[in-house]
Design a protein around this ligand. Structure first.
Ligand SMILES: [Zn+2]
Length: 85
């Protein structure tokens, strides 16, 4: 496994594929709700493909946030995505 370029790879919490940070959305969970990563605390990544796979993604998010409030998490995620563009 020779790496020619050193690109740090991050893993998507939903599909567990690795990709460069630029292709992933970095978010975090604060008090059971999602937020954009603000430079502190534990964060995780979601790839762009998984943003379209809501069913699978919502499960991964609930796992990460230890929360059962699927709709709340998904709504917040959509807010974060819209904010970002
Ligand atoms: Zn993914």
């Amino acid at each position: 496994m020779a790496e020619i370029f050193h690109i740090p790879l991050r893993m998507c919490i939903s599909c567990r594929q690795r990709d460069s940070q630029a292709n992933l959305l970095r978010i975090q969970c604060i008090d059971g709700n999602l937020d954009k990563f603000k430079g502190r605390g534990r964060s995780f990544y979601v790839c762009k493909n998984c943003l379209k796979e809501e069913k699978k993604l919502s499960k991964a998010l609930m796992r990460q946030c230890r929360s059962g409030e699927k709709d709340k998490l998904m709504n917040k995620l959509k807010e974060i995505i819209t904010d970002d563009r």
